[in-house]
Design a protein around this ligand. Structure first.
Ligand code: V47
Length: 366
């Protein structure tokens, strides 16, 4: 019965290759996007997911801190940023960062996720001091901070080689690097919707430097706007190639574009079908990425739960106050409890595994 369904989807040869662990090509990727049999895509992605991670579903107790909403990059997809002197602009002081951390000291948070806009007035020491501030208040926590875009800005104000900057940041408390800011590794998409930001070649080079400095990072893909299937496949291939070289990526996170309050608000939101398809195809193409994360903030907890059978093995975490997607109209909650996450994973028949940002297991909840 299953075989007949797979034959009917036209992907039987790809399915055979997935079963034997063969790497998929660009052409295969395009065929995956052209196929509307979501369950066959999910079946194949689930084979890979279970081969790599069994029934485990990872999550982390984390807190997001967006230290400034000031940004000079003007990305068309972003509703979070404001210009330096515009109403509503904020930059957290060192004391305010400490206060944010103190607010959640009663929760056993193991990761602080810290990203923000590019505020050109911030000096080099600010970036070091906020890392130190977090560790001062919560000494055992791991900090995942500064996208490749922020790292480029930090290097600009530091006026020294990136190797030295990364060494300083590590010493101040940086433990790993998040996956944002890459959007789509396509010069066309870059030129059209985020041209003031580091270009695709620059993002890849910064990721290489980060990995060479001994830091692990994630990678994302912002989908559901002007990108084509071919551009998404090329995105995967470039990430896969760099991963072959450095083995520095931990997780890949597809990010669903939220159009509200952005310059592209004429576009529709992504769909359940599209969200699951992105997760499945990412799992199939990125055969050397240990984890695929479905970010429940963007696709909703129910979709995230279903995605655990379509290639995802990680649901991010408790989050504690998310601002970027909510500025763009997300109606999801801003936090989930530990118990809520565990229930959601268990109901889907998977085994919840609490992890730290480096995927070291903290406790098994069942
Ligand atoms: O880079 C901005 C995206 C990213 C919108 O590494 C938008 O574990 C949707 O990178 N609609 C930041 N997305 C978030 C991010 C992230 C999130 C969770 C986990 C990790 C990780 C990284 O958010 C930005 C951009 O791609 N974004 N605006 C929007 N309107």
């Amino acid at each position: 019965m299953l075989r007949e369904t797979i034959e009917a989807s036209g992907l039987a040869d790809i399915c055979d290759r997935v079963e034997t662990g063969e790497r998929l090509s660009r052409e295969d990727g395009l065929r995956l996007y052209a196929c509307s049999d979501l369950n066959t895509l999910g079946h194949m992605a689930n084979l890979v997911r279970e081969r790599m991670n069994g029934d485990k579903t990872f999550f982390v107790r984390n807190q997001h801190i967006n230290y400034t909403n000031v940004c000079n990059k003007g990305c068309k997809f972003c509703a979070f940023y404001v210009l330096p002197d515009q109403e509503g602009a904020y930059t957290l002081s060192i004391d305010q960062v400490k206060q944010r951390v103190r607010e959640w000291l009663h929760e056993p948070v193991s990761e602080i996720h810290m990203v923000a806009g590019i505020n050109p007035r911030l000096p080099y020491d600010y970036y070091l001091d906020i890392l130190r501030a977090v560790k001062e208040i919560r000494p055992g926590v791991r900090i995942k901070a500064y996208t490749m875009i922020e790292l480029a800005e930090i290097q600009r104000v530091a006026k020294k080689p990136i190797e030295e900057v990364l060494a300083d940041l590590k010493e101040a408390g940086l433990d790993s690097v998040p996956g944002g800011g890459v959007e789509v590794l396509s010069d066309r998409v870059h030129a059209e919707i985020f041209h003031l930001k580091l270009n695709p070649a620059g993002w890849l080079e910064m990721a290489r430097k980060v990995h060479e400095a001994g830091l692990k990072s994630n990678a994302t893909l912002l989908y559901g706007h002007i990108e084509t299937a071919g551009e998404k496949i090329d995105h995967f291939l470039q990430l896969r190639e760099l991963q072959d070289e450095t083995n520095g990526f931990l997780a890949f996170i597809p990010l669903a574009f939220h159009p509200d309050n952005t310059e592209m608000d004429q576009l529709p939101s992504t769909t359940g079908f599209g969200d699951l398809r992105e997760i499945a195809i990412a799992r199939l193409m990125l055969d050397n990425f240990p984890h695929i994360k479905s970010f429940w903030i963007m696709i909703s907890p129910p979709m995230s739960q279903v995605s655990l059978w379509y290639g995802a093995d990680d649901v991010d975490g408790t989050i504690l106050r998310e601002e970027i997607t909510h500025a763009a109209g997300a109606t999801t909650p801003q936090a989930l409890t530990h118990a809520g996450l565990v229930e959601m994973i268990q109901e889907a028949g998977r085994v919840p595994v609490e992890r730290d940002p480096l995927y070291r297991e903290i406790a098994r909840a069942s």
